[in-house]
Ligand binder design. Structure first.
Ligand code: FES
Ligand code: FE
Length: 364
């Protein structure tokens, strides 16, 4: 097992967890520039299907066109700005029509109909297509990027590509979803996920299944951080047993591990022998974060008689609540005038790496 070192680094100053100005800078420089996971793509399997996503005070339409291409647009009509789609999901024929004056757009965003506009001097439909947003699909996960000139997804997340073939991520289905709102800054949630120094005190049940010192990191710098942890049980469940047939392609070594990764700045992936846990973070305010937690299983396991994911759902819902509670206490503490940065332990080396990545992104 590799040794880890936090290199004598300290936690971030108070202002990073409290300042409205820094929060606004994060919105612009991090969430407005990086690839953001917005969920799974299963709702978009059919041509013409669309989903709406609220992020960064924006409404984004993601759709699959009739050539099978995924596209994303700001939900903003090019006439007078009205939001075009209102239902969270839907099926389009071949066009999107604004409900105000019926300007009509093809699924590639081109304006194809604008009643009574033909005689308007200088007006040309070609100039008024929907504003596009970059979109990428990775292993069944959807990502968008609001930057005008985004870094290609495959460059940004090169370390992620083809990393988890045995879990057959594109095939997995969401079996359970729980949404939490936590009164803590989004970085405290990341930092909490990235260490198990707290596990003996906070998670006695989890610590029995994966003793806290049995972890190492294979990604220690950059936007993707984390690594495996040795299981002393079959899986992370209340009973310690698998609650579904383990993924068939896992090696014997992989069957004895659980893998934890953070994908900056929104996603946590936890790969178990029998299921995959996904957390998505959405900052709501300097001191508030929404977390969408989903449990994914292979359809073959779900189809088996007696399939019951509750052993895994109960375990992680309990563990999540323990973590959110301590993150809220942490937020309360770092807001204090008495708080000053404290030293990271070597078990928190990934937090120091997260802080470096965060500060690099914020400085852009
Ligand atoms: Fe959309 Fe007028 S605002 S057609
Ligand atoms: Fe925890």
């Amino acid at each position: 097992m590799k040794t880890r070192s936090a290199g004598g680094t300290m936690t971030l100053p108070r202002t990073y967890y409290t300042s409205a100005l820094i929060y606004a800078q994060e919105q612009e420089r991090i969430f407005g520039e990086r690839w953001l996971c917005i969920g799974r793509s299963d709702a978009l399997s059919k041509p013409g299907a669309y989903t709406l996503h609220d992020l960064l005070d924006e409404s984004i339409i993601v759709l699959r066109d009739h050539d099978g291409i995924l596209r994303a647009f700001y939900n903003v009509c090019r006439h007078r700005g009205t939001q075009i789609c209102t239902a969270a999901t839907g099926q389009l024929s071949h066009t999107l029509q604004c409900p105000y004056h019926a300007w009509t757009y093809a699924l590639d965003g081109a304006l194809v109909g604008a009643p009574q506009m033909a005689g308007v001097p200088g007006f040309d439909k070609v100039d008024y297509g929907l504003h596009p947003v970059a979109v990428a699909e990775w292993e069944g996960f959807l990502f968008v990027n609001l930057a005008a000139d985004p870094q290609p997804f495959t460059d940004a997340y090169a370390a992620l590509l083809d990393k988890f073939p045995a879990w057959r991520l594109p095939e997995l289905q969401v079996v359970e979803r729980i949404v939490y709102e936590v009164a803590a800054n989004w970085k405290l949630i990341f930092q909490n996920y990235n260490e198990c120094y707290h596990c003996p005190t906070l998670h006695p049940v989890l610590n029995q299944l994966t003793p806290y010192t049995g972890a190492w990191n294979d990604l220690e710098e950059g936007p993707i951080l984390g690594g495996p942890m040795v299981l002393s049980a079959e899986s992370m469940t209340m009973s310690g047993r698998v609650c579904a047939t383990p993924f068939a392609d896992l090696s014997d070594e992989e069957r004895g591990l659980v893998f934890y990764y953070t994908i900056f700045p929104t996603l946590f992936l936890s790969l178990h022998p029998d299921y995959v846990l996904v957390h998505r973070c959405e900052p709501l305010a300097p001191n508030a974060t929404r977390i969408i937690c989903e449990w994914l299983f292979h359809p073959d396991a779900v189809a088996k008689p007696g399939f019951d994911p509750s052993d895994a759902v109960e375990f992680w819902n309990m563990t999540n609540k323990q973590d959110w509670h301590i993150c809220e206490l942490s937020q309360r503490g770092v807001q204090s005038r008495a708080y000053t940065p404290g030293p990271y332990s070597d078990l928190e080396s990934v937090l120091a790496a997260f802080d470096r990545e965060y500060l690099r992104a914020l400085a852009v």
